[in-house]
Design a protein around this ligand. Sequence first.
Ligand code: GDP
Ligand code: MG
Length: 338
Amino acid sequence: VNQEIDYDTAEEIAMEFDVLCEKEEVVDVIEELLKEEEEDENTMEKRPPVVCVMGHVDHGKTSLLDAIRHTNVIDREAGGITQHIGAYVVDVNGEKITFLDTPGHEAFTAMRMRGANSTDIAILVVAADDGVMPQTVEAINHAKAAGIEIIVAINKIDKPSANVERVKQELTEYELIAEDWGGSTVFVPVSAHTGEGISDLLEMILLTAEVLELKANPKREARGLVIEAQLDKGKGSVATVLVQKGTLHVGDAIAAGSAHGKVRAMMDDKGRRVKEAGPSKPVEILGLNDVPKAGEIFVGCATEKEARNFAETFISQNKMKLLEETKSKMSLDDLFSQ
Ligand code: GDP
Ligand code: MG
């Protein structure tokens, strides 16, 4: 009973005990529902890049996001009133960049499970006075596994102990090689404190996005991801969603994981009421009957009935999955008690 066995052996034994009973099939129903035809190239239009910030703790992720937010002209015009909805849009000379500022990798992992990437570009923040640290490496692995483009922001260059070249040298080990070191990775030295390099960083994001040719069809039913959601005493279920394809309108029927409903109201990241939201736009929506999980896919539906069906399928699917998991746990217990 105490002997360690490798995965292959465990799988074989589990098969014998019928533990892995068609787990694949259980997952398939939702995947089937989410399946889509390939989009006609002619319907595709340019969309803003969606960017996340990753890196080791205390290297300045939050500070950098704040610094970027404050360079936003529109913010200043609105008197600096920004609402926290887990994402915000920055306007750079008429071009938009969407930043996700949800903490942690949780949502990220959930989104990847559904095969949908939330982001196009990851900003890897590395403190110039500290260099590559364990979570830096973790972030690199995450981004690479997801196939996301990496831009390196070497932060805290205002510090006397900053050593930009050392960071570049350390990152060569992870195949992130700066142009002046003979590679093709974009490195931008910045200071979240003084604001130095921030506009260069924004420019490099837009250049990278240009190369990636990010596109989506705005004229179809909306689809995207739940970034965060909670229950509000007055408003009910409040969910921030990122529209990835199509356009979401007030009044649209919608399903998001186990939740469904009709979009009653939408707010953008500046707290303004909006009637519609197209590709790469984050919005807060009201009107769902329940609180969906971060990372779930949302779909715009033709009718409220269709939305309800989707949510019900999702719920029963999850119940089945839970049942399977419990069953396999029980079987394993049985196995160990023999
Ligand atoms: P996070 O954990 O990656 O989100 O890091 P924070 O943004 O919370 O920053 C960690 C610490 O580094 C804070 O004390 C910041 O004030 C400081 N910090 C962040 N950016 C800079 C910078 O550009 N220069 C200096 N000198 N300090 C910075
Ligand atoms: Mg932080």
